[in-house]
Design a protein around this ligand. Structure first.
Ligand SMILES: Nc1ncnc2c1ncn2[C@@H]1O[C@H](COP(=O)(O)OP(=O)(O)OP(=O)(O)O)[C@@H](O)[C@H]1O
Ligand SMILES: [Mg+2]
Length: 317
């Protein structure tokens, strides 16, 4: 593992359930210290991918390495390297938070002191029974449970799903602080707010196949439609609208919206129009496509074959 910055490597990872190819020759890499967002609609294959990478289910085809260890042949080493947070937790309702965590610490041979500091760091109600906790505290306790053996890699399968806004925010802060400590985080989500904020890089999976991989800015750039520019000018004249025709102007509230490929050259033209027509500019803003726009476009219900627009160095399409 020394010197290898790729903490997770999946090559042609495939899982079949009978006729269904739940994960279909998926390839990607996650770098050390990254939060890698794995986005996809319901049934896309996110959980199945997490389960394969974390040794919880068999890989049918292809191979994967986690923390430098082969997931199929070095399962124990992989298990020691990872923490897994799933929607169903393996904690006991009748035990307190502290008892649950101490039990896990014993199982992993981790020092009890680490349980103590984790409880303090993440503000957990030590003496309360797990079964009586709110969903938010349950999730945070489950995350701490995955940290007991101090793994460098964390798999989190929709860690904020079904949490209220405040609890979800606390979990996101937890994810960021764990990442700041240097942990690599594989995060599945279909929460677009989360996808906009947390991951350094994103893969979008649809029907078992990766349809895009890249940094957030690269993913946003995948929509061919360009950048939306909105502006408010006074007065709006027919002449102005005619001169903007090539940008297909439309009205958006009291602003004019256009789509441009190159903001710089559009602005040059716009300001020379202002010289010529003498209007005043009251407001101007640019809007990049959001991750959600791209997600919706790439995961549309369609039979069309998908094309990968980012050179991800490994995806099969
Ligand atoms: N144990 C199983 N047996 C049969 N089919 C399964 C099994 N587990 C998952 N599948 C199917 O594999 C596909 C991928 O499921 P998976 O749970 O990986 O999707 P997901 O992206 O995690 O979806 P969600 O967002 O709903 O959690 C789905 O069509 C699902 O029905
Ligand atoms: Mg899932």
């Amino acid at each position: 593992m020394e010197g290898d910055e790729r903490v997770i490597r999946a090559v042609n990872l495939t899982k079949r359930y009978g006729e269904l190819v739940a994960v279909d020759h998926v390839s990607f890499e996650v770098k050390k210290g990254e939060i890698f967002g794995f986005l996809g609609p319901n049934g896309a294959g996110k959980t199945t991918t997490v389960r394969m990478l974390s040794t919880l289910t068999r890989i049918d085809e292809g191979e994967a390495h986690v923390n430098g260890y082969n997931v199929m042949t070095e399962r124990l080493k992989v298990k020691e390297s990872i923490g897994v947070v799933q929607d169903v937790s393996n904690l006991y309702d009748e035990l307190t938070v502290e008892e649950n965590l101490n039990f896990l610490a014993e199982l992993y041979g981790a020092p009890k002191a680490s349980v103590d500091s984790l409880i303090k760091d993440f503000n957990l109600p030590r003496k309360q029974k797990f079964g009586r906790l709110s969903s938010g505290y349950k999730r945070r306790t489950a995350i701490v449970a995955a940290l007991i053996h101090d793994p460098p890699v964390l798999f989190m399968d929709e860690p904020t799903v079904a949490l209220d806004v405040h609890s979800a925010k606390l979990v996101r802060e937890m994810i960021l602080s764990l990442n700041k400590e240097g942990r690599t985080i594989f995060l599945t989500t279909h929460n677009m707010g989360e996808a906009e904020k947390l991951p350094h890089r994103i893969a979008i999976i649809n029907r078992g196949r990766i349809v895009a991989v890249g940094k957030r800015s690269e993913i946003r750039g995948l929509l061919g439609s360009g950048i939306r520019v909105r502006f408010k000018v006074e007065p709006i004249s027919n002449k102005l609208l005619r001169r903007l025709e090539e940008y297909s102007p439309s009205f958006d509230e009291d602003m004019i919206a256009v789509e441009v490929q190159d903001v710089d050259s559009f602005l040059e033209e716009f300001y020379s129009l202002r010289e010529e027509l003498g209007f005043r500019v009251l407001h101007m803003e640019t809007q990049l496509p959001s991750i959600e726009d791209v997600f919706l476009e790439l995961t549309e219900e369609s039979e069309e074959p998908q094309t990968c627009a980012v050179s991800c160095g490994g995806c099969p399409i």
